[in-house]
Design a protein around this ligand. Sequence first.
Ligand SMILES: Nc1ncnc2c1ncn2[C@@H]1O[C@H](COP(=O)(O)OP(=O)(O)OP(=O)(O)O)[C@@H](O)[C@H]1O
Ligand SMILES: [Mg+2]
Length: 317
Amino acid sequence: MASGDWLLATGDERVGCLAFSETPAPPSPRPGYAATADLDSIAEGFERLERGEAVGGLAGRLWSAGISLGGARPKAVVEHCGAQWIAKFQRRDDTYDQCGAEHATMRLAARCGIAVAETRTRDVGPRRVVLVKRFDRDPGTHAPTCHFMSGLTALGLDETSDSGSYPELARFLHFYGAQHGSDRRELFRRMAFNVLCGNRDDHLKNHAFLRRDGAWRLSPAYDIVPQPDMDPQQAIGVGRSGSYPTIGNCLTRAPDFDLSQDEARDLVATLAARMRSWRQDFAADGVDEATIRRLARAFSTDLDRPPASEAAASSRS
Ligand SMILES: Nc1ncnc2c1ncn2[C@@H]1O[C@H](COP(=O)(O)OP(=O)(O)OP(=O)(O)O)[C@@H](O)[C@H]1O
Ligand SMILES: [Mg+2]
């Protein structure tokens, strides 16, 4: 399929404001979402599609529409409590509760002061689903509220490139961001959080910018999940030692994020202190014991020996 065909095939579920048609007239409305009440039948249809069976109807339509959102997990846009949510379904080959892990990690991030998309979990038939509230649609009308640009586009890169880094995203904010100081500090907080919780899949399409009133802001955070089975490297660079996932490496570029060394160390110490009870927090959010044991491999040992406190104390004394 040519890239133009992909653009024309997107429906109202697409991310951001842009719509595509072959004539100057806007495309006719093509709702690509369903109600949460339909999650059971969608899950059942997705199950059959994953087994390679041909499925039409609602599940077939939503499966195709979900492809425009990208990513690895089967997903569909659903309407719930008057708003649009992205429903990300457990996969047949998941060996632990990834949906629960995503929900609990996003909530932990929120408790660490990170602006995150709201999430909820549901059990539908034999599968779990994590619902992620869309930040680019008006809850009342479902009308697009803002333009969306991924980090990949912001840096002018494409899928085949293996470059890109948090400092480069910070640089984009520095030049084009409406509130570049606070957004760069927020980006540093997200980077440190991803390193500490072991979310290695923090590639450039898992960061985005929203444009409202002619200015770019960092979007709420999304797709934050510890990855115990991935290579112990971040997907993009965090500091002078590239994507090597340590807080020490993150700190090497602190000024790029509008932070002094001391401010960055204090920020990390606060983050690590808040994250140290993650096991209890995840259990309270409904994550089972086996999943928590599995995820423990992803969490950094920097949590147990915060790098900041002694170093910061000695540099100040
Ligand atoms: N809350 C949201 N509001 C608007 N768009 C979103 C939101 N969350 C994600 N998106 C968009 O949808 C895309 C897919 O979502 P996400 O990254 O969560 O899934 P994924 O990459 O498929 O994750 P997984 O690998 O777990 O399946 C994102 O790259 C982003 O463009
Ligand atoms: Mg993603």
